[in-house]
Design a protein around this ligand. Structure first.
Ligand code: ATP
Length: 253
C-alpha cells in the first residue's frame, strides 16, 4: 500500500503540531478558477515548499492563506482555527506574515522605516527591538544600510529587507513568495541559507519557488503544483529524486 505524505513525513511525530492546514481550497479571480482543490499542511518546525511552473497557482495559494483572495470553497486553518474568511490584517495579527513576490518595499522610505512598517500591528516596544536585533543579526547588511532608501539597494538587499520586514511581525508562520526571483546566484545561495537559519530559530516556513532545486534542498517536504492542483506531494528528498520532477523542473532530459 502506498504511504500518504503525512505518514512518510519526517515531522509526523505526535509531538509536532499541524500549524497550517488547507483542505480542498478553491480560489477564483472572477470566473477564473485559479486553484482547484488544494490540500496541504505545514507542521511546526518545517520548511515546506510549493513548486511549479509560471501560472500554476502558487501565489494564489498564498493569497488564499493571507486573506487577499478568499477561497469560495474549502477551509484554511491556522493553529486549529478557521481563518478562511479572515481579513489580511487579522491574518497578520494572528501570526502569519509574508515576504511578497517582487518584494513590494516602499522604495523612497529608508530600510529602517520599511522594517518598522513590518511591526505596525505591535506595540510591545522591547519585543520590537528584539525582532529588529534578530533581523540585523540575520542581515548585517541591512544594519549597515538602515538609513538608505530601500529602492536604491541591490535586488538581493531589497529581498533581505522584504524578509526582514516580514520577520518584524514576529510571525508564527512565514510565507515566502519567490525569494530568489531575479537575484544573482551569489544572493540566491545566501537567501536560501537565511531561509534555513530562520527556520532553525523556530519559525516554520511555506516557501513558494520556481527554483525547484534550491527549494527542495532546504525544505523538509514539497508540493508540486500544476494548473491549479497539487500534482505531487512528498518528502523534499524524494521529490528531488522523482523522475517527473527532474524532467520538468530541473531541466533533465
Ligand atoms: P507565478 O510564478 O507566475 O506567480 P503562480 O504559480 O504563482 O505563477 P498564480 O499567479 O497563482 O500562479 O496564477 C494562477 C492562475 O491565476 C493563472 O492562470 C493566472 O493567469 C491567474 N491569475 C493570477 N492573478 C490573476 C488576476 N489578478 N486576475 C486574473 N487571473 C489571475
Amino acid at each position: 500500500m502506498t504511504e500518504t505524505v503525512a505518514e512518510r513525513s519526517p515531522t509526523r511525530s505526535a509531538d509536532r503540531n499541524k500549524i497550517l492546514e488547507l483542505d480542498d481550497v478553491h480560489t477564483y479571480y472572477g470566473s477564473i478558477h485559479a486553484i482547484k482543490g488544494v490540500t496541504l499542511d505545514v507542521y511546526d518546525g518545517e520548511v515546506v515548499t510549493l513548486i511549479g511552473a509560471n501560472g500554476a497557482g502558487k501565489s494564489t495559494t498564498l493569497r488564499s492563506i493571507n486573506g487577499l483572495n478568499h477561497p469560495r470553497k474549502g477551509t484554511i486553518r491556522f493553529q486549529g482555527r478557521d481563518i478562511t474568511q479572515e481579513s489580511p490584517h487579522d491574518v497578520v495579527k494572528m501570526g502569519i506574515s509574508q515576504s511578497p513576490e517582487g518584494r513590494r518595499l516602499f522604495p523612497r522610505m529608508s530600510v529602517m522605516e520599511n522594517l518598522e512598517m513590518g511591526a505596525f500591528q505591535r506595540n510591545d516596544k522591547s519585543g520590537i527591538k528584539e525582532s529588529l536585533d534578530r533581523v540585523f543579526e540575520l542581515f548585517p547588511r541591512l544594519q549597515e544600510r538602515k538609513n538608505q532608501r530601500a529602492g536604491t539597494m541591490s535586488g538581493g538587499e531589497q529581498q533581505m529587507c522584504a524578509i526582514g520586514r516580514a520577520l518584524m511581525a514576529q510571525p508564527k508562520l512565514l510565507l515566502l513568495d519567490e525569494p530568489s526571483m531575479g537575484l544573482a546566484p551569489i544572493f540566491v545561495e545566501r537567501i536560501f541559507e537565511i531561509v534555513v537559519e530562520i527556520n532553525k530559530q523556530g519559525t516554520p516556513i511555506l516557501l513558494v519557488e520556481q527554483n525547484a532545486l534550491m527549494a527542495l534542498d532546504v525544505a523538509n517536504r514539497g508540493y508540486v503544483m500544476e494548473t491549479g492542483v497539487i500534482a505531487l506531494a512528498d518528502d523534499a528528498k524524494a521529490l528531488a529524486q522523482n523522475e517527473q520532477v527532474r524532467k520538468t523542473y530541473l531541466g533533465e532530459s
